[in-house]
Design a protein around this ligand. Sequence first.
Ligand SMILES: C[S@@+](CC[C@H](N)C(=O)[O-])C[C@H]1O[C@@H](n2cnc3c(N)ncnc32)[C@H](O)[C@@H]1O
Length: 219
Amino acid sequence: MSGVAYDYMEQYLRELIPSNSGILDDLEKFSIKNRVPIVQKETAKFLELMVKMNKPKKILELGTAIGYSAILMNIASSGLSEITTIERDQRMIEIATANIAKCGLQNKITIIKGDCLELLESLQDEYDMIFMDAGKGHYNHFLPNCLRLLKKDGVLIADNVLFRGMVASKELATHRKITIIKRMKSYLELVSSNDDLITSVIPMGDGISVTVRKNIGSI
Ligand SMILES: C[S@@+](CC[C@H](N)C(=O)[O-])C[C@H]1O[C@@H](n2cnc3c(N)ncnc32)[C@H](O)[C@@H]1O
């Protein structure tokens, strides 16, 4: 299983979550069949909760893949949120575009093609929520621009921050992933040690971090 939570815990928590129907169920099946990574079941539920609680009008997502999490977040906002999502893989963009059109969400979800490393620099809008789910080896590099783009009272959520447990355990870490692990540790240290930020890391799914600003009034 994930290497983040005990298998028995993960299985139990997953069984508690009701199955989706309609397009989300279709996309979950597609992702399994075609081995396209999308958020894990419990992470999807957590994202849904975050959207319900924070009611973001504008969301920035890094990593569209087939559009699953973008569609899920829009549905969770009862169709109210506008989502900009960045993806560099042309095939993914085509599949996500078709999925978004199937849901009639073309006016709500905009895909920007390109690499987050370059694109983030050029974005100027402000976002109520940012969901980082692309380029695990670059979260530390994405961070300055994400903080620049995040509204004062915005929420920054990052997935895969424990990366199959490898970020927390030398025993689980493989040599091939050493750079990603180092950079992910750097990301977690940056968001945890910054006096202006409050971060909570949740050992669920592949590890999720949630960051907000401490003193919204003084920034
Ligand atoms: C885990 S998948 C995203 C899953 C999606 N958020 C979901 O749950 O439905 C990560 C995606 O990010 C894309 N990606 C990886 N690094 C990227 C980068 N530096 N810039 C843009 N896209 C990137 C990959 O092509 C992949 O489709």
